[in-house]
Design a protein around this ligand. Structure first.
Ligand SMILES: Cc1cc2nc3c(=O)[nH]c(=O)nc-3n(C[C@H](O)[C@H](O)[C@H](O)COP(=O)(O)O)c2cc1C
Ligand code: SF4
Length: 491
């Protein structure tokens, strides 16, 4: 995004359809997704982490209530948040990493089915991510984390114009005493990143045995997780191949692994294909397996739309049931976090591309990423395949959604923040009551909460007081200030 062209775009006024118009629309027409499953409409709530699981990653009543509210809007499909496939502590992120999670997840599926009157298909997003640490205090970084070597000694000597200390401890102390700007000449790019953003594993860290082994470790982990999702009653899974996480990093043009799982497009898509094959082999024939990938990484040297088109066509040819297209959301250009905090992949320019706000360049946020889903869809169709493509990014109104379908930008329209702002919005539009939709302002208050792993809510309703509501029964955030669910809407 160009910083020079920042303007504030008003949310466009919406001439909402009547109920009859909506009934005749593409948006509210059914879509066969394959495997005998049909979406009742082409409306989709994509994955959004609300930070409501227990510290052990279990489904809570707050998780159930959160998804029940989306189900009230009766979207064609709802994708449950990114859910961890490894049985390791990962904070209040939902997990599907052991059979003990199946009962809770089954309650979640049952809740969505009941509240949507059986209209909404329920998928769950399966995620793997690598280790990331908080940004260190410079003193502890130099004292404990930095491994000094002859390179540091030589570069420090060049900088100072005299010999650098011979003893490692003294060398560390000398480095710690340098002004921050001088460090650019002495530390490697990776070390500077570790210091200024916090240590983060990469899929290219082949010196680490567990990173080298990812191609053998991940297919069974994803397959086991998918089998649990099937046991819990989900209609399918969405393999998370997007944003800042492990599988997207394999697809990235920055992936230069030399073991056959990097460099060329074929090499980069190899593990995503193998994960898909393992998952497909484990689940039943009626169980949907799709993926979410990036139409563009939106970082320097990253994969662009041509790569995405190639990957999507390859995965569709393998039998992927849907491809959902997102953009950006990478660590590479994320803002440096404060000392003691971890980097968050939605703070830099690529993060803006992922969740575009009204403060944008001339193109604006509305439907901003649809050219990517359009190109991906065209590549899939050119390969003779009918695999449905899900488009997302700044869609907050009916006209844009309908136009996207009519133009062939996508087969299904996903709206994340608009659904958070008003979980009933699809239903309101379908009933010809669009004037009652609470329009998302695309200013990313919700994303700010997500960034700090706080329970996600929306600024448009989290302080709302509803007449006649029993205040004591309203679930509130840990600090008691914000309501956790959008007020109910009476049809
Ligand atoms: C609070 C929040 C959490 C999100 N969590 C996820 C996630 O778990 N997985 C994912 O693929 N995308 C996630 N996203 C991105 C959304 O699915 C979506 O791609 C993005 O917000 C752009 O769509 P929108 O303009 O309709 O909001 C999240 C977005 C928000 C606002
Ligand atoms: S907090 Fe702001 S950006 Fe997020 S859903 Fe609400 S209105 Fe939209």
């Amino acid at each position: 995004m160009s910083q020079l062209l920042r303007v504030v775009h008003p949310v466009p006024a919406e001439p909402w359809p009547t109920a009859d118009e909506a009934a005749a629309s593409l948006l509210f027409s059914p879509l066969p997704l394959g495997r005998g499953l049909t979406l009742a409409s082409r409306t989709w709530v994509p994955a959004m982490v609300p930070w409501r699981a227990t510290a052990e990653g279990e489904v809570t009543d707050a998780v159930l209530a959160w998804y029940a509210r989306y189900a009230d809007g009766r979207p064609g499909a709802l994708v449950v948040e990114a859910t961890g496939i490894r049985d390791v502590p990962s904070g209040p992120l939902l997990r599907i990493s052991h059979d003990r999670y199946v009962d809770g997840l089954r309650r979640l599926v049952d809740t969505v089915r009941a509240r949507s009157h059986g209209e909404t298909r329920v998928f769950i997003q399966l995620i793997d991510f690598l280790a990331i640490r908080r940004r260190p205090e410079p003193a502890s970084y130099f004292a404990r984390f930095l491994r000094v070597d002859e390179g540091h000694r030589r570069r420090l000597a060049d900088l100072l114009g005299r010999a650098a200390p011979a003893a490692d401890d003294a060398l560390r102390a000398a480095l710690a005493a340098l002004p921050d700007t001088a460090l650019d000449a002495v530390l490697t790019a990776r070390e500077l990143d570790d210091l200024r953003r916090g240590y983060r594993e990469r899929v290219t860290d082949l010196h680490l045995p567990h990173i080298r082994a990812l191609p053998t470790a991940l297919p069974p982990l994803f397959a086991d997780a998918a089998a649990r999702a099937e046991a819990a009653g989900f209609d399918g899974v969405e393999l998370h191949y997007a944003h800042a996480y492990t599988m997207a990093s394999f697809l990235s043009a920055l992936n230069d692994r030399d073991d056959g799982y990097g460099r060329s497009r074929d090499g980069r898509v190899r593990l995503p294909r193998e994960v898909f094959a393992a998952v497909r082999a484990r689940v039943g024939g009626g169980f949907v397996v799709g993926c979410r990938l990036l139409g563009d990484e939106a970082i320097a040297g990253g994969s662009a739309v041509d790569d995405a088109a190639f990957f999507a066509a390859a995965l569709a040819a393998d039998g992927m049931d849907f491809v959902s297209v997102s953009k950006g959301g990478k660590f590479e250009d994320a803002k440096a976090p404060k000392v003691g905090e971890a980097a968050y992949p939605y703070t830099g320019p690529s993060g803006h591309e992922c969740m575009p706000t009204v403060r944008s360049d001339a193109r604006g946020p509305f439907g901003r990423n649809l050219p990517l889903s359009r190109a991906v869809r065209a590549a899939i169709r050119a390969a003779g395949l009918a695999t449905p493509v899900v488009g997302a990014g700044g869609i907050t109104g009916y006209r844009l959604a309908e136009a996207a379908l009519a133009r062939g930008d996508c087969d299904v329209v996903a709206a994340a923040r608009q659904s958070l702002a008003d979980p009933d919005w699809w239903r309101k539009v379908r009933l010809g009551r669009g004037a009652e939709v609470r329009r998302c302002k695309l200013t990313n208050y919700c994303e700010g909460l997500d960034q700090h792993h706080k329970q996600v809510t929306c600024q448009l309703w989290d302080r709302a007081v509803v007449e006649g509501e029993d205040a004591a029964s309203v679930a509130r955030s840990a600090d008691g200030r914000r309501r956790l669910e959008a007020p109910r809407w009476e049809e």
